[in-house]
Ligand binder design. Structure first.
Ligand code: BG6
Length: 483
């Protein structure tokens, strides 16, 4: 299968915070890979901007090291790397002062797409946006890209939206949730809306429940200071799991475009019921087998922050009334796996005496081994009567799509190219983010008011016992966490 790579327009992409971790791990490698794929035209340029008083050559050396560390050797070639580095420029500037802004203005070229990546603390968004305008660096066609965390709660998210809105229209603001850039997440929409098979069954009459799991094996080491103020609810549920839930639960948009898709997602968020305390389980990984526990990793012995959370969520609308969505995410769990499982109801009547009928399951695996798996009942082979057995109809994208299926582009490759193309479909709109916080805030306020402490769980486990009980008491069971 040959993919069609359509080059984007020439651009000047300015990366504020260019010497930071995100630039090193994600942004620069993604741009390099898109250039190698032939998507970035020769006239495109990336301008690093940061406080460090370094030269263009220093920045190129930094970028070369980033590619060496984060692009697999098989994907790097000396000529390609040299061509990429050649497109990099650098300005040292003071985000909150005057220094460097004239240099940046002088570097910008007319007639190309201008994009500004705010890979900096949200506290700097306002100062940067204001200077881009005051110096005439941003024009009405410019785009800005901002990262999560987009606020800490509804109040701070509103304040950020208001700050950005002073200088940019909503149509210019690209709020990244990198889960939306994952290939399989987009596939979710292709599967739901590109096939006739699923949609008639996609409702409470036929779906017993949905499970969304994002499990990680890593701890919070190194990010403790940020994480201890966020916790799994703010770090993962308010954004990534919420987006997955939206894509599963939303009505078919009339068209695959930014307004239509985001309108439908917003309706889902607004339909989410408040979550009672009994439907929330929080956990914190304990020191296990000589490895430090969460509190030590976070540098806060008394921390009550959760590194795991499981929730039972109800979507209050006609389609989903009576079908719970169980969400869970955590660090230092048994395996790294992200999946969405749609568990269908039992057939209304069994014609088989032996019984053994099991529910159909549609499992969408986001990572690793991206693919889709549909569990169906068939007859067990052999002459021993009509015994039924459940088998998977397994479509691994790596197998079905050949090398391209195995070599999925990183989410950032897709998302940065969408910014240049001016396509906001896979980015969060301001009202969506605010609605997500409006649902999240009372959940967090509730456990803070109750003084709940997260339950300890062993590293390498499936999370705290109560998370299992959350399902058991409804006569249901989590799928196993495994790769
Ligand atoms: C980030 C969170 O947004 O997503 C991290 O801040 C988390 O805590 C990461 O580890 C998970 O992303 P991925 O793509 O590795 O599943």
């Amino acid at each position: 299968m040959v993919s069609r790579v359509i080059p984007v327009e020439p651009f000047d992409l300015v990366v504020f915070g260019a010497t930071g971790d995100l630039a090193r791990r994600k942004i620069l490698p993604a741009l390099y890979r898109r250039m190698q794929a032939g998507q970035v035209p020769a006239e495109a340029r990336v301008i690093g901007a940061a406080r460090a008083g370094q030269t263009r050559d220093d920045f190129r050396a930094f970028a070369a090291a980033a590619l060496a560390d984060f692009v697999p050797a098989a994907r790097r070639d000396a000529a390609g790397v040299a061509a990429f580095l050649d497109r990099l420029d650098y300005v040292a500037l003071d985000a909150t002062g005057a220094a460097g802004w004239d240099d940046l203005a002088a570097l910008m070229r007319p007639g190309v797409v201008r994009a500004f990546y705010f890979s900096v603390a949200p506290a700097l968004f306002g100062a940067i946006a204001e200077r881009l305008h005051a110096r005439g660096i941003a024009d009405p066609g410019s785009r800005i890209v901002v990262e999560k965390p987009f606020g800490h709660d509804l109040t701070s998210a509103r304040a950020l939206n208001a700050t950005l809105a002073r200088h940019f229209d909503e149509g210019q603001i690209y709020r990244i949730d990198h889960y939306l850039g994952k290939e399989t997440v987009q596939n979710l929409m292709a599967v739901r809306f590109g096939n006739i098979l699923f949609e008639p069954l996609w409702n409470a009459r036929h779906v017993d429940h949905v499970q969304i799991t994002v499990a990680e094996t890593v701890g919070v080491g190194g990010r403790g200071a940020y994480y201890d103020r966020a916790g799994a609810m703010r770090d993962m549920v308010q954004n990534h799991l919420m987006q997955l839930l939206c894509l599963i639960a939303m009505e078919p948009p009339w068209h695959f475009d930014p307004a239509a898709v985001r309108d439908e997602k917003l309706k889902v968020i607004r339909a989410l019921a408040p979550v009672p305390a009994a439907d929330i389980v929080r956990g914190q990984y304990a020191a296990t087998g000589g490895e430090p526990g969460y509190a030590e990793d976070a540098g806060n012995p008394d921390s009550t922050t959760e590194s795991f959370v499981a929730l039972k969520v109800q979507v209050r609308n006609w389609r989903w009334q009576g079908t719970p969505f169980y969400l869970r995410t955590g660090k230092r769990l048994r395996a790294r796996t992200s999946e969405i499982a749609v568990i269908f109801r039992d057939p209304p009547h069994s014609i088989f005496d032996q019984g053994g009928l099991r529910q159909n399951e549609l499992v969408i695996r986001l990572q690793p081994n991206e693919g889709i798996n549909l569990k169906v009942m068939i007859k067990e082979p052999g002459p021993g009567g009509m015994r039924l057995v459940q088998v998977p109809l397994d479509m691994s994208f790596a197998e079905a799509l050949g090398p391209e299926g195995a070599d999925m582009p990183d989410a950032y490759e897709r998302l940065i190219m969408d910014v240049i193309r001016g396509n906001q479909t896979l980015f969060m709109r301001g009202d969506e983010v605010e609605a997500a916080w409006a649902w999240t805030d009372p959940i967090i306020a509730g456990w803070e008011a109750r003084g709940d402490r997260p339950q300890p769980y062993d590293a390498g486990s499936s999370g705290p016992e109560d998370a299992l009980a959350l399902m058991h008491r409804d006569g249901r069971k989590w799928r196993e966490i495994r790769e």
